[in-house]
Write a protein that binds this ligand. Sequence first.
Ligand code: GPW
Length: 808
Amino acid sequence: MDTIFNSKQEFIEEYREAVRELSGKKFEITSDIDRFNALAGLIASKARSVSARTDDRFKKEGKKRVYYFSIEFLIGRLLDNYLINFGIRDMVDEALREMGCNLDDLCRMEPDAALGNGGLGRLAACFLDSMAHEDIAGYGNGMRYRYGLFKQEIVDGRQVEVADEWLSRGYPWEVRRPDKAVRIGFGGHVVGHTEGDRIFYSVEGTEDVLAVPYDIPVVGFGGKTVNKLRVWSAEPIDEHFDLEAFNRGEYAMADASRADAEAISAILYPNDAGEHGRLLRLKQEYLFVAAGIRTALDVFRREHGAKWELLPDYVAIHTNDTHPAMCGPELMRILMDEEKLTWEEAWDIVTKTISYTNHTILPEALEKWPIATFSKLLPRIYDIIDEINRRWRDSFDTSQEGWQERLRKTSVLWDGEVRMANLSVICSHSVNGVAKIHTDILKRSVLNDFYALTPEKFNNKTNGITPRRFLAEANPSYSKLITEAIGPKWMDDADELKKLVEFEKDPSFLVRVGDSKRQNKVRLARYVRRETGLVIDPDSIFDVQVKRFHAYKRQLMNIMKVMDLYNRLLDDSSFSIQPTTFIFSGKAASSYTFAKEVIRLINSVADVVNNDSRVNDLMKVCFIPNFRVSNAQLIYPAAEISEQISTAGKEASGTSNMKLMMNGAITLGTMDGANIEIAQLAGEENEKIFGLTTPEVEELRASGNYFAWDVVNADRDRLGRVMSELTDNTFAGLSGNFDSIHNEVMSNNDYDLVLKDFRSYVDAWEELTSSYADTRDWNRRALHNTAMSGWFSSDRTIREYRDEIWHA
Ligand code: GPW
C-alpha cells in the first residue's frame, strides 16, 4: 500500500506545523475545531497530490473517464473515512493520543456535508467511494449548495426545519477552482445564422451566471486512487456589478444580481421522491449539467483533440435519475452549434455516451416541467428537445397496431409538459433499475413501451453500499471481530465476509458477536440520552426503522403496531412481549403534511408510552432527531431488527436494508425492492417476511373489491381501536389528535395498504421477537446476515456498471 506518511513521527511533525500555520497558535492551546481543520487540511493536501498522480496515470493509460452526474451527493463526514482508506487510522489515532487529543473528538468537529436528501444522494456517495476503490477514472459532478438538507428539530413532537449552515466554519476538503469557471446562459432568444447550406443557432440576450467549481478529493480504499467530486456554485458575472448605482450610494441595488445568481446554488430542495416544479430547481439542473458537460469536453479535447466521434470511447456520462436529463440536449447543442457537427453525427455520439438510472416508479416522482416555463428559461435546449421529439415521432411505424398509444406514452412533449424520464430514456444507450423487482416493473409497466421497442437497452443494477464506511468505520468492534476471524481482506473484497459462515457453528464466537452488538447498543443509548434525555435499555431489542418519511414506507404501520402492543399489554395481563426499544429516525419534506403528522404521532406515542411505568420495562419509543449520515453510523451497528415494510412494488431498492443487514440486523420486511434479494441470499429462514406481494397488491387494486372499512370492521378490537385512538385524545397530550392521518387513510381507501397488511405485520413481529430468547440462534442469524451481505457492496454494483454500461 502506498503511504502518505513514512512514520508516525513524520506525521506528528507535519501535523504540528499544519496546526501552527492555520491557527497561528501553539498546538497545546488550540481548540478542537482548529485541530480538526488542520488535520483535514493536511490529509486533503496529501489527497490532492495523490489525485494529481492518479490523474497522470489515467492520462498515460488512456483511461475512459466516467462522469457521474447527480444533483445530490450525500457524502457525510470524510476525515475518518479517508484515514481508513489511506490505511493510517490506527497510526493517527495513536499519534494524536500522544499529543494529548482524541481522534473521535476531532472527527465530531466535521460538519456533515448534507448535499442530498436520502437514498439517491447517499448511493451517489457510495458509488464515488467504490469507483475510486475499483481504480475507475470516475468523477462526481453535482451542486455545491450553500445550505444542505435542513436540520430537523423536534418541538412538541413536531418537525421544525432549521437552515443547515454547514460552511460557516469553513470546509477544509474543498478547493475552489475559479480558473475552471463556466459561463451559463438563461433566457434570451434563439437566432439562426446561415453558413453555406447550413443554419447554425445561437442564443442572444441571455442572462448569464458563472458556475464556479469546487473540488473535493475522493480517496479510494488502499490509497492508490484519488478521484474528484466537482460541485458547482452559482455566482454573478463580474460585469454585473453596477458601479453607478454603487456610487449613488445604492449599495444593495448595485449588487442585486449577486443575490439572483447566488440563489441558484443557495439551497438543496428538501424533497425526496416527489414534488418538483420550481423554476430555481430547473436552473440548478441546467447549471450543473452545462458546467459538467463543459468540464468533460474540455478534458477530452485536451487529451484527444476535437475528434468527437471518439467521445463514446473515452467518456461515459451517467445520469443519476432524471435531474441531469438535460445532458443529452446540452451535448447536442455543443456538438452542433459550437463544434458544427450535423444532427445525425451528434446524435450518434450522444446516445453512445449517455446512460440513465431510474430510481422510482411512483408517478408523482416522475419529473415534468411546463413547456412554457422550460422554453422561456432554456430556449435552445427546448428547441433541441422539440426536434428530438419530432424525430422520435417520425420513427414510429404507423402501420403497426397501437402506435398512437405507444407514442402517447413515450413522447417527451405531451400535454404542455416536458417529460424528463422519456427524454432520459431516448437519449441513453442504457436504462437501469436499482433492484431486480424494480427493473422488472420498469420493463413490465412504467417503461413498458420503451422496453418493447428497445429491450436491449434495459438492464438491472442492484444497489450497493460501501463496506468501508458502513461496516469498517461505523462498527469498529464488529470489524475487529470479523478481521480476527477471517483476516482484513473483506474491506477490499466484501465477498470474503462469506467466510464468516464457518463461525456460525462456534458458540464462543457467537457470544462475541452478541457482545459487540451490545457495545454498539450502549454507544447508541448514550447518544440518545445526550441528544434527547431519553433513557433506553441496551438489554432490550433494538427495533429500527430509519429512512425518509413517506407514506409508502409505512412508518405509520410501525407506530400503529406499537400502539396495538401497548393496548394489549395494558388490557391483557397474560400478554407479554420481549422488552423492545422502537427506534425511529428520519426527515419529512417540509411541505409533506402527512409525513410530518406521522412524525408527530410517533413522538406523541413516545410521550405516552415512555411515561407509563406499567409498560416501561417492556417498551420504549425513541425518535432520534435529525437523521443524517453521522448518526446513521451510530444507529445501524446497534440495530437488531431492520424494519423494511414498504408496500410491495413501491420501494425501488432501499439501501438502509443493506446497511442494517451488513451490521447483523435481521430484516422484518415485505417482498419489496432489494429485500427480495436479501431474503434470497440469506435464506428466508434467517429473515422475517410478511405481507402482500407485488402481484397480490396489483390484483387487489385491480379487483375493485378492496374496502378499507371492511378491514377495520373485521378487526374492531385491535385495528379498530388503534384507528380510534388517532382521534380520541389517547395520544393528544403533546400537541393534539391525529384526525388528518385517520382521514387521509380512510378517504384514500387505504392507498398504501397499511390496514390490509397490519395484522400480518404484527404477527410477524411477534414471531420474530419471540425467537430473540434463543440468544445463540439470534446471534447466528445476525452473523449469517453479515456473512451473506458482501454481495451488497457497492464495489460489486460499480463493477457491473463498469463492465455492462460504461465499458471503462
Ligand atoms: F424519486 N430515491 C431517493 F427516484 O432517495 F428520484 N430520492 C428520490 O428522489 C428518488 C428515489 C426518485 C431512492 C429510492 O426511493 C430508493 O428505493 C433507492 O434505494 C434509492 O433512491 C437509491 O436508488
